[in-house]
Design a protein around this ligand. Structure first.
Ligand code: 6PG
Length: 242
């Protein structure tokens, strides 16, 4: 497993800019080396402003016409639902860059979950036939340590074969049925980037970092590995430094 890097930024604005810069630099290198850049988006609230920044100031700084977009997880709702990860990303980014929607593979949250998972797995297997998967996976961490839709204690944390599975979020969460990429996909991603901002992330960040890399860690985010880099972009409030 590559060493984990924690990169501190001052505040949410600094976080979005650092993430956008990382995406622009990594994308340029990926296109130069392999002719395309592959990026998995996450859902939740944190990345929305990043997507808006990418659509505005970074519209010309990322090689979008050579970028293929995927998703780390999806809620089982139609794409036009306010809870859809695709819907949020589409509104903030995908629909704003000419041609990017056509280069985006969304998880079909409106289908029966097992069917949607199988279809998405087929899409990924055909896009990544040699087993090395994404160039960059953007990820968030929830208050219970979940990441993508890998929740504490679910059997899918032990999935070693399938790349995409249906999962269930805890009943307290708004959309119960989810579809998520699994650890093997993230482990074969070149660079995994966690984005965390705000004081309400402080406790869980500390716990996740304390058990990072432990395959039995109680917090799903701790178990995520990557091929080359695992980067935590974190603002001062999330690190408890304000
Ligand atoms: C989702 C996500 C999820 C998210 C975390 C953190 O579909 O909700 O992909 O794993 O990243 O819940 O979300 P925030 O960063 O918005 O707190």
């Amino acid at each position: 497993m590559p060493p984990l890097e924690v990169r501190e930024v001052a505040d949410p604005a600094g976080l979005y800019r650092a993430a956008a810069d990382l995406i622009a630099t990594t994308a340029a290198a990926a296109v130069a080396a392999r002719g395309r850049f592959t990026l998995a988006l996450s859902g939740g609230n944190t990345p929305r402003s990043l997507y808006q920044l990418l659509a505005a100031e970074y519209a010309k700084r990322v090689p979008w016409s050579s970028t293929d977009v995927y998703f780390g997880d999806e809620r089982c709702v139609p794409p036009d639902s306010p809870d859809s990860n695709y819907g949020m990303a589409s509104e903030a980014l995908l629909s704003r860059i000419p041609g990017l929607t056509e280069r985006t593979a969304r998880i079909q949250g409106e289908l029966e979950p097992a069917d949607a998972a199988k279809r998405y797995e087929a899409v990924l297997r055909s896009a990544f036939p040699d087993g090395t998967t994404l160039d960059v996976s953007l990820m968030g961490i929830g208050p219970d340590g979940h990441t993508a839709s890998l929740f504490p204690g679910i059997p899918e944390l032990n999935e070693h074969t399938r790349w995409v599975v249906p999962t269930n979020a805890p009943p307290t969460m708004k959309v119960h049925h989810r579809i998520t990429l699994t650890y093997p996909v993230f482990a074969n991603t070149r660079t995994v980037v966690f984005l965390l901002a705000g004081a309400d992330k402080r406790d869980i960040l500390e716990k996740v970092l304390a058990s990072a890399g432990n395959p039995q860690a109680p917090y799903p985010a701790s178990r995520v590995t990557a091929r080359e880099h695992v980067i935590y972009l974190v603002d001062r409030a999330a690190l408890g430094r304000v």
